[in-house]
Design a protein around this ligand. Structure first.
Ligand SMILES: [Zn+2]
Length: 307
């Protein structure tokens, strides 16, 4: 865990600064004006819900009951939680590692949502990840900070390591804590993994990010305009936002998330950003521009700059 990057985070609820209270390896407690949050297995857990999981996990961490804190924040059906707990305990307590692929295959067998685990098993082969990587040269060269919104199991971070030296600071934000645990347990490096719901706002302070990325997740965000406004807020001047895989609302894409019409997206992009370019996913080298006449409305991507 990159502790230095903690100072770039803020509370998504009160928007106040976060303070590190305790840190013991991968477990700790941070606090803000409105609450306390746990650091569990190296993941910053910035979520509140009706089950008060953050409070239960904070209490467990303060008593050094780290296994209990880990169990508290796990999500999903009990059987999936047990798999994740066993994978973590085997690796961290006894040094026994089960490959990520085998764990995902096991989760797929146990899950009713098999297509999701199929997607995770084959995500590395997706062109979306290499498209996003190619958009990042500026941040990587200057050693600035990347915010990967909806980072899932960390495929983009893994790819950045595979194709070039990862010199930038990296903050991965994801709502699903189990996905983040895959990233934390299986990926090397010095990232900061944050569990937070983007609908509450992006838990990063103003004007510090060089590149904000949304890879395969923009369709699952309800508040699209508010999210773009938040993306602008966290970007430094001349910083870029890149959205990979955007869908219009068609009969074919209705189960792929909350689609957005190209006209509406163009309108809200223009409100917050400049130098906006659109491109089809099958021809990422061919920039379409604002006219969007040649846009494949079911699979396209977008990049823009904060002036
Ligand atoms: Zn707060």
């Amino acid at each position: 865990m990159n502790v230095m990057l903690l100072s770039y985070l803020r509370c998504p609820y009160c928007r106040g600064a976060l303070r590190k209270d305790t840190l013991d390896g991968d477990f700790g407690i941070i606090s803000c004006a409105c609450d306390k949050y746990p650091i569990v297995a190296g993941i910053i857990y910035l979520q509140k819900n009706d089950a008060l999981l953050n409070k239960h996990a904070v209490r467990a961490v303060s008593r050094k009951q780290y296994g209990r804190a880990f169990w508290q924040v796990l999500s999903g059906p009990r059987v999936q939680k047990m798999v994740m707990y066993c994978v973590w305990a085997l690796r961290c307590k006894w040094g026994i590692s089960i490959s990520r692929k085998n764990v995902l295959k096991l989760m797929k067998v146990l899950s009713t949502n098999k297509s999701w685990f199929d997607y995770l098993l084959h995500r590395d082969e997706s062109i979306d990840i290499s498209m996003a990587t190619n958009s990042l040269s500026r941040a990587s060269v200057r050693g600035e900070i990347i915010a990967d919104i909806g980072c899932g199991t960390g495929s983009l971070y893994e790819h950045l390591h595979a194709v070039r030296q990862m010199r930038s600071g990296y903050i991965g934000i994801e709502k699903n804590v189990n996905s983040l645990l895959f990233a934390r347990l299986y990926l090397e490096g010095d990232a900061l993994w944050v569990c937070s719901d983007i609908e509450q706002g992006i838990p990063i302070v103003d004007s510090v990010i060089a590149d904000t990325l949304f890879v395969d997740c923009f369709a699952w965000i309800y508040h699209k305009e508010r999210t773009l406004a938040e993306s602008k807020r966290i970007l430094m001047r001349k910083g870029t936002v890149t959205i990979v895989n955007i869908y219009a609302q068609t009969l074919r894409t209705k189960l792929w998330g909350y689609g957005v019409s190209p006209d509406y997206l163009r309108k809200i992009m223009k409100k917050y950003f400049s130098k906006i370019t659109f491109f089809n996913n099958d021809r990422p080298d061919r920039i379409i521009g604002l006219a969007m006449r040649c846009l494949h409305k079911e699979r396209y991507s977008c990049q823009a700059v904060k002036e």
